[in-house]
Design a protein around this ligand. Structure first.
Ligand SMILES: Cc1ncc(COP(=O)(O)O)c(C=O)c1O
Length: 456
């Protein structure tokens, strides 16, 4: 019998899903025969279907599957959170290819374990990249960094640390933007933190609901943890301005709130690494104690290599460097118990690029290629919709930044786009701009125009 779990997640192997050889098929038959003969002599199952309910399918991965199975040659994938080139193909950054070749040809590279904290050349470079080489946190030795399983692993490690070591009783609530990257909810729930939301997106302006955000942060208890997207907010593509970041920081200082930055798109948003790190650097300069979950999936195109880092910055003070050593030692224990030590490959590639000025400059060029193409698609889409006179306003397509755009299309419109036009996007109307290209832009604009008219 095929289990319902297996139907939900075909990528997770179950014993009945894919026998790898005829001998395993024979073994399966033998084992089912022997359990039939033995009847109830074995221990009864504890983990029955009634005890373990089937989990709902991950919406994003379900969307990807539906797209793959759609035979239409017109289909457009705007769900995927990964960069695609103008031919809708994954793009290996030229600088990554170069670093990869160099690693392959380096006879000193082996397959030994990394240390618990990861590749030291990588973590020190990741640190400088996000807080700046001249950061007071580095100068005063009050920052520690561990290599993690990409950004997801960094968010998890940070959440776990806060839930175990935050000295307040009860533990502070973590406030997430509404909406936020869906996985934030699961990760922070799994580590036992209490979650709350702060308003972020204004459906009316399709921009930042700054007043709503500020009011919610003011009302949040002193000492709360506030999850902030450093740049290119997922899913809205809406970021605070530098002036607004300053006001957020001032309020959070007054309320003694703890910033937890998630940075998954540095350099990918504006094309400028320093500009995209501005908010984090500002908060560090303001003397906040904070943490940062950093992903290299998007900006290096190292999605599958799971390359990331978690940084903790202690507040300035006489005890700061002792505190950070204690924190680093506890983080190392958490890391050891979960993954023992992180994977080497992606970190080697990133480290090679980050530590070599020539390769670094080539990387910046690659980042400009990706962000530039996305900006071009934003301009192209807005232009086409405005030219057609599609009902509504479309300026938000170019004011939002980064990989995603919150189009304002509703669930019904998204459904028609999928059923009638073979255009795939998440139910909340988010599109990945990277899925657009010069071959499908006209088609997508035509589809949006038609659906908006049909439903208005
Ligand atoms: C806001 C945000 N945080 C973290 C991540 C983590 O990504 P990864 O684990 O692939 O680095 C993502 C990826 O989509 C994201 O959008």
């Amino acid at each position: 019998m095929t289990s319902s779990r297996q139907l939900q997640n075909p990528s997770i192997s179950t014993s009945s899903s894919s026998p790898s050889s005829s001998s395993s098929t024979a073994r399966d038959r033998l084992s089912s025969l022997s359990s039939h003969i033995m009847g109830s002599n074995g221990n009864p199952s504890v983990f029955t279907p009634a005890a373990v309910a089937a989990a709902p399918e991950d919406p994003l991965f379900g969307l990807m599957k539906a797209y793959r199975e759609d035979p239409s040659d017109k289909k457009v994938d705007l769900g995927i959170g990964a960069y695609r080139d103008n031919n809708a193909k994954p793009w290996i950054l030229p600088v990554v290819k170069k670093a990869d070749d160099a690693i392959h040809n380096d006879p000193s590279v082996n397959h030994e374990y990394l240390s618990i904290g990861g590749l030291a050349d990588f973590t020190s470079a990741a640190q400088k990249l996000i807080v700046g080489a001249d950061s007071p946190a580095i100068r005063e030795k009050r920052i520690c960094t561990l290599q993690t399983i990409s950004g997801t692993g960094a968010v998890h490690l940070g959440g776990l640390f806060l839930s175990k070591f935050h000295p307040a009783q009860p533990k502070p609530t973590i406030y997430l933007s509404n909406p936020t990257w869906a996985n934030h909810n699961q990760i922070f729930t799994n580590v036992g933190l209490t979650l709350a939301k702060y308003p972020y997106f204004s459906a009316k302006t399709k921009g930042l609901d700054f007043d709503g955000m500020i009011a919610a942060l003011r009302a949040a208890p002193a000492g709360s943890i506030i999850l902030l997207h450093a740049c290119a907010h997922n899913p809205t593509g809406v970021d605070p301005s530098q002036e607004q970041w300053k006001q957020i920081a001032a309020l959070m200082r007054e309320r003694r709130q703890f910033p937890f930055f998630d940075t998954a798109y540095q350099g990918f948003a504006s094309g400028d690494l320093v500009r995209d790190a501005w908010a984090i650097r500002y908060f560090v300069e303001q003397g906040f104690e904070l943490c940062v979950a950093q992903s290299f999936a998007k900006n290096f195109g190292l999605y599958g290599e799971r390359t990331g880092a978690f940084h903790f910055v202690s507040a300035p003070g006489a005890d700061a460097s002792t505190a950070i050593q204690h924190i680093a030692s506890q983080l190392a224990i958490l890391q050891r118990s979960e993954i023992s030590n992180p994977p080497a490959y992606g970190a080697r590639i990133a480290s090679k690029v980050l530590n070599d000025p020539v390769l670094f400059a080539e990387w910046e060029e690659d980042l400009r290629t990706m962000s530039g193409r996305i900006q071009e698609m934003r301009r192209g889409l807005r232009e086409r919709l405005e030219k057609r006179g599609t009902p509504g306003t479309w300026d938000h397509i170019t004011t939002q930044i980064g990989m995603f755009s919150f189009t304002g299309l509703n669930e019904n419109q998204v459904k028609i786009l999928r059923d009638k036009w073979h255009v795939y996007m998440t139910k909340n109307g988010r599109i990945s701009m990277a899925g657009l290209n010069t071959h499908n832009l006209d088609y997508f604009a035509e589809a949006v125009d038609s659906v908006v008219r049909e439903t208005s």
